[in-house]
Design a protein around this ligand. Structure first.
Ligand code: F6R
Length: 581
């Protein structure tokens, strides 16, 4: 996820773009760049944050300009990979938010036609393709219009050329909003950079391409002129920063369908190194939520492929290294967790092949592991892991899929839609039970046991209610002593081999007086009658049920924490990246 801003109008573009990019830094901040039309194209781009280094960008002149703040996906954060990118003639500049999935093939073709690439990004292919079309048409709009059908993936594009007094923009599956001012027009990833200049905005739709000048916005879709409603946006700046959500955590929960989809699309059999294709055994090292994704992976891989998976807390592994061999996978969204880095180094010293899964390009873990797979969750601001967790699962489910010979591929294609449906679920009754509790138990079996662990972790870290996850059969071996009408149990009771035994477990809990909140499937005829609160979710495949039931528990933790007035995005005593042992 990156942020883009463009301006065409009567004022100097650079200061407006620089201020706009600072507001979009929540979308990425590892590098930035601005280009304006002075006499030719002038530009300034650097590794780092624009909020810490804006002076040279501010000095650019010209009334037309584009800017970008980056969250790296292809190519490490450095000056060359920072946007804008330029064609070979240096007369066309472009910024892009999204991922071009077929860039490797396009780049090979462009190389063979003599183009020179200056970056490792997927984005740069677009500007070289535009260069070729511009040479034929001498019209920037027509050039962009001819290029977008060649692009597979997601994009919001802003393009300028020093031969034209306008900006061309295009959108597919990445957000793009146009702000209409008085003799000036803005384009940006969201309203944040626009709001202090105008409240009038148009939201572009997939397939839209627009030609933008200070006084006119002409939008086309598949060659036909279209109009988009002019909306009055009366949000406060603070609202807009979080995209209208009350907290980053809720925003990030809502971004999960996209995060899952992007990651699933970006990871395929070619992404996995050879040593992952058919491992004899696998060891996973991780901490916290990442450990829970590892545990879900263990259940799914062992069941689908009969390959043994050993799971280790990274913090234990390093002091008490078990006798490991073969493939060791380190899962860490931040890529900086000290315990996981040390565990991977130790695995390497035992001659294991190591694979890292992380959300942060260029993070330390990629320098430690033999190979790294990057998920595409986008920046996660809230301390509690949500969309990075879902994106980790997208990588790991693809890995199971790949090793098992694509047994589960098709059902994952629609998983993001199933996750989307969950976002609107009504949890009012369950939240009111949770807010009144001092202790909560979460139980599940099989892959729903780690979902229970993760649900409990989310609840305790953001609501400060004591919550414990258990394998459902374990509760009677001790924790039953704690059950009472004041101790709710959240039970994951989904279809499958363990459904019957889960029903028995729930009855045992009810017999000890505990209120039970159960997550089950639509149309279940037994469960609703034996529990206090039944939360139905759509009946889908087991892999997808893992995702959807997890999202219910994230939302339950979130709404409980909000009801209790907690500082949801910055829970006490916690940090996003744990770089100490
Ligand atoms: C919980 C959470 C933590 C992290 C843990 C590992 O919401 O975010 O439990 O999962 O600190 O972090 P990474 O994945 O960065 O290694």
């Amino acid at each position: 996820m990156c942020g883009i801003v463009g301006y065409v109008g009567r004022r100097d573009a650079a200061p407006l773009i620089v201020e706009g990019l600072k507001k979009l830094e929540y979308r990425g901040y590892d590098s930035f760049g601005v280009a304006t039309i002075e006499k030719g194209l002038a530009f300034d781009k650097h590794k780092g944050r624009i909020s810490e280094n804006d002076q040279s960008a501010l000095s650019l002149k010209g009334k037309i300009g584009i800017g970008h703040t980056r969250w790296a996906t292809h190519g490490v954060p450095n000056d060359a990979n920072a946007h804008p990118h330029f064609d070979c003639t240096g007369t066309i500049a472009l910024v892009h938010n999204g991922i071009i999935e077929n860039y490797a093939e396009l780049k090979r073709e462009l190389n063979s036609r003599g183009h020179t690439f200056r970056s490792e990004t997927d984005t740069e292919v677009i500007v070289h393709l535009i260069e070729e079309e511009y040479a034929k048409k001498k019209d920037l709009f027509l050039a962009v219009q001819n290029v977008v059908p060649k692009l597979e993936g997601s994009y919001a594009l802003l393009v300028i050329s020093n031969n034209e007094e306008r900006m061309i923009v295009a959108r597919n599956a990445s957000p793009l909003v146009i702000g209409i001012g008085d003799g000036e027009t803005f384009a940006a990833s969201d309203m944040t950079p626009i709001l202090e200049h105008t409240e009038r905005a148009m939201f572009l739709e997939d397939g839209d391409i627009a030609s933008i000048s200070g006084n006119e916005v002409a939008i086309y879709n598949h060659g036909s002129r279209v109009t988009r409603p002019l909306e009055l946006i009366d949000w406060s700046l603070e609202d807009v920063k979080k995209g209208g959500f009350a907290h980053f955590m809720l925003k990030e929960i809502y971004e999960q369908p996209q995060a899952f989809y992007n990651t699933l699309r970006a990871v395929n059999s070619e992404t996995f190194p050879d040593f992952v294709h058919n491992p004899a055994s696998v060891t996973v090292v991780a901490c916290g939520s990442s450990y829970h994704t590892g545990l879900i992976f263990k259940y799914l891989l062992e069941e689908s492929c009969r390959i043994p998976v050993r799971l280790e807390f990274a913090s234990e592994f390093k002091y008490y290294p078990p006798p490991v061999e073969g493939l060791v996978i380190g899962i860490t969204q931040s890529g900086e967790t000290a315990d996981t880095l040390i565990a991977l180094k130790q695995a390497k010293s035992h001659n294991c092949r190591t694979l890292a899964i992380t959300n942060i390009l260029g993070s330390s873990v990629s320098r430690v592991a033999d190979a790294t797979i990057f998920m595409r969750a986008g920046p996660e601001i809230s301390v509690a892991a949500t969309k990075s967790f879902i994106a980790q699962l997208a990588v790991l489910m693809q890995m199971v899929n790949n090793i098992s010979g694509r047994k589960c591929g098709d059902m994952l294609i629609h998983a993001h839609q199933a996750i989307e449906e969950i976002l609107l679920i009504d949890l009012t009754n369950a939240v009111s039970v949770c807010t009144g509790a001092k202790d909560i138990f979460y139980v599940g079996r099989g892959p729903f046991y780690p979902v229970a662990l993760e649900g409990a972790l989310k609840m305790k870290e953001i609501s400060y209610i004591h919550a414990e996850g258990y394998a459902a059969g374990e509760l009677k071996h001790g924790p039953f002593a704690l059950l009472s009408p004041e101790t709710p149990v959240i039970a994951l009771c989904l279809p499958g081999d363990t459904y019957g035994v889960m029903i028995s477990n729930i009855k045992e809990m009810k017999a000890r007086g505990a209120p039970v909140i159960a997550i089950g499937c639509d149309g279940d005829s037994e469960l609703p009658d034996i529990v206090d609160i039944f939360i139905p979710i759509p009946r889908t495949s087991p892999f997808v049920l893992v995702l959807t039931s997890l999202v219910v528990l994230q939302l339950l933790a979130y709404y409980t924490a909000v009801a209790l007035g907690r500082d949801v995005d910055k829970p006490r005593n916690l940090a996003k990246s744990v770089t100490v042992e």
